[in-house]
Design a protein around this ligand. Sequence first.
Ligand code: KG4
Ligand code: ZN
Length: 339
Amino acid sequence: MAIKILGIETSCDETSAAIVTSDKQILSHQIYSQLTEHQKYGGVVPELAARSHLHHLPLIIERTFNEANLTLKDMDAIAVTAGPGLIGGVMVGVMMTKAMSVASGIPVIAVNHLEAHVLAVRLNHKVDFPFLTLLISGGHGQFLLCKRLGDYQILGHAIDDAAGEAFDKVAKMIGLGYPGGPLIEKAALLGDPKRFSFPRPLAGRKDCNLSFAGLKTAVRQAVEKLGSLSSQDKADIAASFQKAVVDCLVDRTHQAISMSQDSRIKNFIVSGGVAANTMIRQALQGAVHQHGLQLLAPPPSLCTDNGAMIAWTGVERFHLGHFATMDFPAKPRWPLDQL
Ligand code: KG4
Ligand code: ZN
């Protein structure tokens, strides 16, 4: 019989819970986005995020059970993001989970948020190990050789700003608001990607690290030069910036694939919040095809932070018997090669 896992996510600015089964059914899924609470600050305020999780999480969990018409005692385990992330928020999810576990005797699985982004794709697609992953989120950027469950080799990483961070900062610079990714993507639809010739950091370099700080600075200089921005200026900056990010990711992807020649690898995965971007998905599809690989990605709604990917990672780890003891910590940092 299929097992059922409750997943809890509180590591950034989404308060989310989901119930997922071992036969890949999402029985219920609730996401409360704190967007409007952080919008006026132009980014996530960690203290506010933690307080908001504390306020919303019990309600989100209750709704998740109601939506599935199930209760806590129907769960086989509770999976919770134990890091990496904003520590106040992670602690709220972890403490809530420990309390539920103590009260019910249901075991806990401590999930690495980055691993959940990687494994989310296996909820919708059949993806066998080994495979390659480009993980691009608000706080992380890395190419991973995913050898087996829990065994991930970092081939390259963000040496300065993460891609999502660059989207967020550029959006703020041109007055689009927060979060930057979807707003830049929308503005870029009406813009000319050739108007500004922004740099492509690290292009051609024989490694697969990622860098977006120089690109962000170039955008800042262009913005300062223009003075006041018309809506066409904003659209052109958004389009030119997005095109530069796409070109960087494509260049780095070619490098990552050539660095990891293994005839067993059939799939290249892109995941994390930035992977919700249509242009990035399309460009990467073309790039990985040239190497005979198939590009797969979670649906956009499961690229950004969500409880279903945490519950699904719980399912994968349940089968290995990876249960946490009650003294497990909340971790602000938790690299994927140290699971
Ligand atoms: O994975 P995620 O939800 O949270 C982290 O774990 O960081 O990623 C959030 C990041 C934000 O920086 C947001 O601007 C970016 O993902 N993002 C996008 C898009 N949707 C979200 N970036 C580009 N295009 C998008 N459509
Ligand atoms: Zn995330």
